[in-house]
Write a protein that binds this ligand. Structure first.
Ligand code: ATP
Length: 267
């Protein structure tokens, strides 16, 4: 049942998602009956120890699982409408990944990538340089016309990450899945990219699912937090509650590990 105009959706719901693999003849559950709701205008942090299933959740919801990994159950609804992964990817959900260098086609320029994104999103005209220039400027790529002609090997990791965010803008998707978007960047660039992402959510009213195990990033950006352990969400709460009154042992462990990092830090 459609609850609002699908062009300006308000909620993305993942319902009953399961992801599994077979390893040496054994069935392994990687994500187990997971449900979460992401609203536009908020940053929902998906946190958890390494291997808890955060990336598999994003991949499963978008139907982009690696070979040998399947999702036997689960569906995604946008404003209550059940949508196939193909209808989500690049249209309603855009993705910002870690290690931007491996996410770009090495023989295509930044403008080629922008055109491809526009084609998938059916944003016309795909070859319009004005829209690309505006998106590049919005993410702080000041010499936008020069950047359009660059190949990935001619750019720094921070610049590539900015282009990846510009591509998310160009797709027009109201939801972003950002999977460890700053992991491979130095601390100063990390801070700039995080500011850029949070500014984008605030300005454009996007909904962002932010996968991270950096609780500092969570404290700084998130509205709500969902904590994963062994393929399941074990706690979900507003960000202040996660830090001040964590209930589940996995949440307490994450918060304690984060605080320990700062114990004895130089004043
Ligand atoms: N291609 C694959 N085939 C089979 N199992 C996989 C594959 N990739 C990851 N896994 C397993 O899936 C589980 C969840 O992995 P996932 O990458 O979702 O964890 P994560 O929480 O995102 O971890 P990290 O924070 O380290 O990125 C892990 O047990 C991992 O070993």
């Amino acid at each position: 049942m459609l609850t609002s105009d699908i062009s300006t959706p308000r909620t993305l719901e993942i319902r009953g998602l399961s992801v599994c693999a077979t390893r040496r003849g054994h069935h392994i559950d990687l994500v187990r009956n997971l449900s979460l709701t992401l609203n536009t205008g908020e940053i929902l942090a998906l946190v958890g120890a390494s291997g808890s299933g955060k990336s598999m959740t994003c991949a499963g919801a978008q139907g982009v699982l690696p070979p040998g990994v399947i999702s036997p159950h689960g569906h995604v609804l946008v404003d209550g409408v059940h949508l196939a992964p193909r209808a989500l990817r690049g249209r309603l959900v855009s993705t910002v990944l870690q290690n931007p260098r491996s996410a770009f086609n090495p023989v295509r320029t930044m403008f080629d990538h922008a055109c491809e994104v526009r084609r998938v999103a059916a944003a016309s005209p795909a070859g319009d340089k004005t829209a690309v220039r505006e998106a590049f400027l919005e993410v702080g790529l000041e010499d936008a016309d020069t950047v359009m002609d660059l190949y990935p090997f001619e750019m720094s990791g921070g610049m590539l990450q900015r282009v990846m965010i510009a591509l998310a803008i160009l797709s027009g998707a109201p939801f972003i899945f950002a999977d460890e978007p700053t992991t491979d960047l130095d601390l100063i660039v990390q801070a700039r990219i995080l500011d850029l992402l949070s500014g984008l959510v605030a300005r454009r009213g996007l909904g962002m699912l932010l996968v991270t195990h950096d609780m500092g990033v969570v404290a700084r950006l998130a509205t709500r937090v969902a904590v994963m352990e062994a393929g399941q969400i074990v706690e979900e709460a507003p960000v202040a509650d996660i830090f001040h009154a964590p209930r589940h042992p996995a949440t307490r462990a994450l918060v304690a590990a984060h605080l320990k990092l700062y114990e004895g830090a130089i004043a």
